[in-house]
Design a protein around this ligand. Structure first.
Ligand SMILES: Nc1nc2c(c(=O)[nH]1)N[C@H]1C(S)=C(S)[C@@H](COP(=O)(O)O)O[C@H]1N2
Ligand SMILES: [Mo]
Length: 516
């Protein structure tokens, strides 16, 4: 039946289109450099002999990329039409072909994207969606084929002619799938374009910031201890956003309003015009368990919030600043922490580079001494001067404390828990932090022995973490090693275990090692 084939081909094409559209959307969402269809095109380019490439480029000029993409899309359409025709005769065979197609796409993505960029999720979601669509559509077609009156189902009653009614159903479903496919594909492409534009703007920025080397003496020089400076790529990431907001510096505005005498609106250029300061600040997350990884230290460059707020002139009875991000996340910070002279800032850069999109580009807040959830708003667009009694922020609505001063903590980085060591001299080393108070002492205990005072590296600022080391004469056996820090106020870290909720974990980091 010629008509059947045509409809089968159409079913194949719209199903593949849906898969493609959704995979593009998923890929944009995950901020992959290239969507699956682009990755497939790139793989084709890689696999074709150089002469063919050159011929294509010489014919198409600088439009070789769109041409290649167009050809890949066309090829996909032809292949999926064939699969659709096949589906009318054997759904199972068509499904198998579809899965094989998905595998090839997945492999192409894997080949073209490196490391964390490489995930099979877009290919998997595309394949599954396409399979479901193909199955549903071909079933509708099969129903339309059944025209012996005896085998007719409810359609006959409803439509007064099973065959036409089912065919109409097929067309309705088919158009629905096509519309979805186009919406997902266009949505994904637009999302990806926005990202590319922001990336280009970010690369084009020449910020008046320096990437200063770490101050002298901050390292204990023991391999395996967390680097004193954390690069943006290695900095932990915690946020509630699914799609990282993509904001061009030229589009960015910050409103400063609420209980102020002079509401302000600042642009990115306004911040640059104010001049940028920088400071080493260790950022950490309230959800970091004892010994956990959710902490990092960087040179942040930006505009001091104290100066911005001074211009806005807060009302004397205000005690909080509610900050909101471009994606609607909120945080509540004590006004005092932003105005008491510490380096609380609207940061534009970290370690001499513009913020990465994941870490809040173009502008985020950083406040020394407070956990991120009450201070470090990424993609910040709104500061409302207010009172704590007037609002609750994203995490405080979910049971976390409205105030989040960082607790004095310490962590053993080397040796690692479970390591087997040789007897003799072994360095035990790690980091300790009590931002905006400073670390005064770190002590280490082996088993139930006495607390021994570790050597501390230099401490150029009370806002950063501090490395420490203790030389240990390791004896054979199994040993527990514990650490505790004392801050500059004289407070020694409690050994009492507390969960991260509501205001940060407490307890001594403890590891166990074997010495042979
Ligand atoms: N817009 C926005 N900003 C946010 C968050 C968020 O979910 N959304 N999470 C906060 C939390 S809980 C922490 S610990 C820090 C983490 O910053 P980072 O991801 O740059 O390391 O960002 C803070 N800023
Ligand atoms: Mo956090």
């Amino acid at each position: 039946m010629k008509n059947e084939r045509l409809l089968g081909a159409a079913a194949g094409v719209v199903s593949a289109g849906l898969g493609l559209g959704l995979s593009t959307l998923a890929s944009s969402w995950l901020q992959q450099r290239a969507s699956p269809i682009v990755a497939v095109s790139e793989s084709i380019l890689r696999l074709t002999p150089g002469a063919v490439d050159e011929a294509v480029i010489s014919v198409a000029g600088h439009n070789d990329k769109p041409l290649l993409l167009g050809l890949t899309l066309l090829g996909t359409a032809v292949l999926s039409a064939v699969v659709g025709v096949l589906a009318v005769r054997s759904l199972l065979a068509a499904q198998a072909a579809f899965v094989a197609f998905g595998v090839v796409v997945g492999l192409a993505v894997h080949a073209r994207l490196s490391g964390s960029q490489s995930t099979y999720f877009p290919a998997v979601i595309g394949t599954v969606a396409g399979l479901v669509a193909l199955t549903v559509l071909v079933r509708r077609l099969a129903d339309a084929d059944v025209d012996e009156p005896g085998l007719e189902t409810a359609y006959a009653v409803a439509g007064g002619g099973g065959r036409t009614s089912s065919r109409r159903q097929f067309l309705v479903w088919g158009s629905g799938v096509a519309v979805l496919a186009v919406a997902a594909g266009v949505g994904g492409t637009v999302l990806g374009r926005g990202r590319a534009a922001v990336e280009a703007a970010r690369r084009g920025l020449r910020l008046p910031v320096r990437s200063r080397p770490a101050p002298p003496g901050v390292r204990v020089g023991v391999p395996g201890v967390s680097p004193w400076v954390t690069s943006q790529t290695r900095l932990y990431r915690v946020d509630t956003t699914l799609a990282v907001p993509q904001i061009l510096p030229a589009d960015w505005r910050l409103r400063v309003h609420g209980m102020v005498e002079r509401p302000l609106e600042l642009s990115y250029q306004d911040l640059l015009d104010r001049g940028l300061d920088d400071a080493w600040i260790t950022l950490c997350c309230v959800s970091n368990p004892v010994g956990g990884p959710l902490i990092g230290n960087a040179l942040w460059s930006g505009v001091r919030l104290a100066d911005v707020l001074a211009d806005a002139r807060p009302h004397p009875s205000a005690d909080a600043v509610k900050s909101t991000s471009a994606d609607g996340w909120t945080s509540g910070t004590p006004l005092r922490a932003l105005t008491d002279g510490r380096n609380a800032m609207l940061a534009l850069a970290a370690n001499g580079q513009p913020l990465t999109p994941e870490h809040g580009f173009p502008v985020r807040m950083i406040v020394p001494g407070l956990y991120g959830y009450v201070s470090a708003t990424k993609w910040v667009v709104d500061l409302e001067v207010t009172q704590f009694g007037n609002f609750s922020a994203f995490w405080t609505e979910r049971g976390w404390s409205p105030l989040g001063p960082v607790k004095t903590e310490s962590r053993i980085d080397v040796p690692r828990n479970g390591d087997t060591l040789h007897a003799g001299q072994v360095p035990i080393a790690g980091v300790a932090w009590a931002q905006h108070r400073g670390i005064a002492k770190v002590e280490v205990r082996i088993g139930s022995g006495p607390w021994q005072v570790a050597r501390l590296a230099a401490d150029p600022t009370i806002d950063s973490w501090r490395q420490w080391v203790l030389q240990w004469d390791a004896t054979p056996g199994t040993h527990e090693i514990q650490v505790r820090a004392t801050d500059d106020t004289g407070y020694t870290q409690t050994g009492q275990l507390a969960d991260v909720i509501p205001d940060g974990a407490t307890g001594w980091h403890s590891i166990e090692v074997q010495v042979a």
